[in-house]
Design a protein. Structure first.
Length: 117
């Protein structure tokens, strides 16, 4: 997507990546068979019971991705993304999202191994 200059979709997928992981926590550990149809990452983390555990460095990212998601999820003209969605902007969010993704996956794996013991 970076190569095709679809920076708006890169941002959308950053949000979606974190949203799906948080919903995995809800299903695995919060007795939630069907995750709620919400996209607010801080609210999902709180419902999943892990908001307090998430390192402070990642909490602003949750809020930022939530703010971006409506603009990116419901973009009317995909090829007319705002000029602020540059390649560098998208890469910055990809790197931050990847760090949070790794933390969440590690936490999910750790919780699963404890639950299986």
């Amino acid at each position: 997507m970076l190569k095709s200059r679809s920076h708006i979709y890169v941002l959308f997928l950053c949000h979606l990546t974190i949203e799906k992981l948080l919903k995995a926590f809800l299903v695995e550990f919060a007795s939630c068979q069907i995750p709620p149809r919400i996209h607010i990452l801080l609210k999902l983390a709180k419902r999943a019971g892990i908001l307090r555990e998430i390192p402070e460095q990642f909490k602003p990212l949750l809020a930022e991705l939530t703010s971006l998601q409506e603009k990116t999820r419901y973009a009317r003209e995909p090829n007319a993304s705002p000029s602020s969605y540059t390649r560098e902007y998208a890469i910055q969010y990809m790197k931050r999202t990847e760090a949070l993704r790794k933390w969440l996956k590690h936490r999910l794996a750790s919780a699963n191994s404890l639950a299986g013991s």
